[in-house]
Design a protein around this ligand. Structure first.
Ligand code: 6GU
Length: 263
């Protein structure tokens, strides 16, 4: 899979792409990240890429011409074929669609993505209209630019590309079924007076599986109860959650009643 990244700060990407799993995936040729310096497409003597906003106000806005020239040049670099049609051009912006594991999985189905890093004050709206297919935000906070967001997206998408990490860790993990993860332990069996939960060293695989499922349900209820509404829950899961004081939304009248009468 190929990621084209359009940025004013290509140097920011060196760290994350040159360590650990992403480094290995790039070396193996499973993923390819091509950085494009938007400034190289500015044509004036000072290579200007931003300007003051029409109407006044703080900050600077990315000028349309260099950014549009860069996007068009990148799209022309790999010819469109039946197998690789025009890749989606995605703008990193805090007013975009909130990034989720579901979107990561959807993006991982493309052979190529074009990620445009905007500066936080914004990109001329006409470029968005003319050339951007989709806008993504990585959360409700403001970054100085889209670069860190693009790295987050590359990381989350790349690890879903077959061959980057083993398939088992993906199937098993948080969010794939809408629940948080169970707690993990490794040796030593007792560390600073804290023992590993006995069930994990019992050798009873069925009991380990039940304990882990229940820990996932308990943690999700405690930390992210909002996730339970969309999680894939069995009747056994629901029964366990009710023992923890969960209001099962599928139990109409009884829900309020069980909460009201809980001691
Ligand atoms: Cl994609 N860009 C910026 N500048 N800030 C953000 C963001 C993106 N996502 C959350 N905050």
């Amino acid at each position: 899979m190929r990621f084209d990244v359009l940025t004013l700060f290509p140097g920011m990407f060196a760290g994350p792409l040159n360590e650990s799993i992403l480094k290995r995936a790039i070396q193996a040729g499973v993923i390819n990240v091509v950085l494009h310096d938007i400034r190289a497409y500015a044509t004036d003597r000072h290579r200007t890429t931003d300007d003051a906003p029409y109407g006044g106000g703080a900050g600077m806005v990315m000028k349309p011409e260099p950014l549009a020239a860069c996007i068009r040049a990148v799209l022309s670099m790999a010819p469109e074929t039946e197998e690789s049609p025009k890749p989606p051009v995605i703008l990193m912006t805090p007013d975009g669609e909130p990034f989720t594991q579901r979107i990561a999985a959807e993006l991982a189905t493309y052979p190529r993505l074009v990620l445009v890093c905007g500066r936080y004050e914004g990109v001329d709206e006409r470029v968005r209209e003319a050339l951007i297919d989709r806008e993504i935000s990585i959360g409700d906070y403001v970054l100085t630019g889209g670069e860190l967001a693009a790295m987050v997206i590359i990381d989350a998408v790349a690890r879903l590309v077959p061959g980057v990490i083993d398939a088992e860790s993906i199937a098993d993990e948080s969010f794939s079924d809408g629940l948080l993860e169970y707690p993990q332990y490794t040796r030593p069996a007792v560390w600073e007076g804290r023992a590993v939960p006995p069930v994990l060293v019992s050798g009873h695989h069925g009991e380990v599986a039940q304990w882990r499922r229940r820990e996932r349900l308990r943690r999700t209820l405690e930390r992210r109860p909002d996730l339970l509404a969309r999680a894939a829950l069995t009747e056994t899961d629901r029964a366990y959650l009710r023992t923890l004081g969960w209001n099962d939304p599928t139990v109409g009248e009884g829900a309020e009643h069980s909460a009201a009468t809980k001691s």
